[in-house]
Ligand binder design. Structure first.
Ligand SMILES: *[C@@H]1O[C@H](CO)[C@@H](O)[C@H](O)[C@H]1NC(C)=O
Ligand SMILES: *[C@@H]1O[C@H](CO)[C@@H](O)[C@H](O)[C@H]1NC(C)=O
Ligand SMILES: *[C@@H]1O[C@H](CO)[C@@H](O)[C@H](O)[C@H]1NC(C)=O
Length: 389
């Protein structure tokens, strides 16, 4: 072992990455497992597994042990040492049905009073007072007697988003890393957004944000001011009708896909604009088609040309949107749409423009090489994008 690493071990300064530890990995046939965590971090449990099962899983850290039903009843556990030991007495045949997971933060995150963790298990209001904040959302399993065919395993239904004053709000996939205060390119929702206009950039803060289903086990929110929203664990896939001519919304599609539809209200006296912020990890082709009564603005996203935080749009006036895959398991797509009217882009602009990253809320460290690589990927994907305007 390298001397430096050895010294770190000796001084107990091992820094572990934040992580999610899924309970279905452990069963009675296995010896106790050790997981590297960070002393001083916090450990949370997101689970709606039955209490009898949770009683059969014991965690040990810093010399004390508790069962997971006990952890469920407290708001996290402060980690006293770098080692978390997990022992389950659940038979291997039934352990696979467990959906819950543990989440370990870093010590710096645990000590940061602007960093918080929320488990969504039923409806709740999320209110943050202001300043730069990071809020991690953990979902329990989606359970319903007759679940819809495309029901996700876990979801957050987000409604009533209120960004007070000029608060910038970003939703990110994944878990906040040790350098969580640096903006990454893992945002799947950004409001306000910056649009190229006449050689400059125009900032638009959308007052209307459509309800969204975030079909992920965990995700996180960063903001630079006060905001509120309602979080719930329910799922519905209905034809959504917007009520404002200037609006934004998100689809986070994973696992089983059925078509999703949006009808947009439009202002017949004004021109329109349609932009999307797209990240894909596809196994099969997916289609995002905006239409109006005269024409279409379709985009096809191919597997193998995965996009990271790509910005694609047009001065196209959308009346309808259909998002669909060519298979019921096409992979993952994060799609934010921005549809607004009256805000005229110069008519000489090429119909499709591409931008890979928007203005960050804090300083960004996205490497230039990554940017140009993303751009290449976007252009590759645009080769299959047909504009019928
Ligand atoms: C939206 O409008 C369509 C067509 O007018 C209608 O079929 C659909 O039920 C509406 N959706 C909701 C959620 O009300
Ligand atoms: C969605 O894709 C499926 C193939 O997976 C296809 O059968 C269906 O017609 C498509 N629906 C729409 C509305 O595009
Ligand atoms: C939509 O946005 C445009 C451009 O900012 C603005 O002129 C218009 O008044 C807005 N309409 C509504 C209903 O908010």
């Amino acid at each position: 072992m390298n001397t430096a690493i050895l010294l770190l071990f000796l001084y107990g300064l091992v820094l572990a990455d934040p992580q999610a530890i899924f309970l279905n990995q452990y069963n009675a046939d296995m010896a106790a497992s050790n997981v590297a965590v960070e002393a001083g971090g916090m450990l949370y449990l997101a689970s709606n597994d039955d209490v009898a099962s949770l009683k059969m899983i014991t965690i040990t850290n810093g010399g004390s042990s508790l069962t997971l039903n006990q952890l469920l009843n407290q708001n996290g556990l402060k980690l006293a040492s770098n080692q978390l030991t997990i022992k389950s007495t659940i038979p291997s045949a039934s352990s696979a049905t467990l959906s819950g997971f543990l989440y370990a933060t870093t010590a710096a995150q645990a000590n940061d009073n602007t960093f918080s963790v929320t488990v969504v298990n039923g409806g709740q209001q999320l209110n943050r007072a202001g300043g730069q904040t990071t809020t991690v959302i953990l979902n329990v399993e989606f359970k319903q007697n007759f679940p819809p065919f495309d029901a996700p395993k876990r979801t957050t239904y987000v409604t009533g988003i209120n960004q007070f004053g000029s608060t910038s709000l970003n939703f990110h996939h994944g878990l906040p890393a040790a350098d969580y205060q640096t903006l990454k390119s893992n945002q799947f929702f950004e409001n306000p957004q910056y649009f190229d206009n006449d050689g400059g950039q125009e900032k638009i803060l959308f007052k209307s944000v459509e309800p969204m289903q975030v079909n992920l086990p965990y995700w996180y929110i960063t903001a630079d001011g006060p905001y509120s929203m309602t979080l719930d664990g329910t799922y519905r896939n209905v034809i959504h009708n917007t009520t404002s001519v200037n609006t934004t919304g998100v689809f986070v599609l994973t696992d089983v896909w059925l078509p999703h539809y949006v009808n947009f209200v439009t202002d017949p006296t004004r021109k329109g604009n349609t932009f999307t912020l797209v990240t894909t990890e596809l196994k099969r082709e997916a289609q995002v088609v905006f239409t109006n009564d005269e024409s279409a603005f379709p985009a096809t996203y191919a597997p193998g040309n995965n996009l990271i935080h790509a910005f694609i749009g047009s001065n196209f006036k959308s009346e309808r949107l259909v998002v669909n895959g060519t298979d019921i398991y096409p992979g993952t797509m994060y799609l934010q749409y921005y549809v607004w009217t009256g805000y005229l882009l110069p008519t000489t602009t090429v119909p499709t423009t591409v931008r890979t990253s928007s203005r960050p809320i804090t300083s960004t460290t996205v490497a230039t090489s990554t940017k140009s690589c993303n751009k290449l990927k976007v252009f590759l994907s645009l080769l299959v994008l047909v504009c019928v305007i």
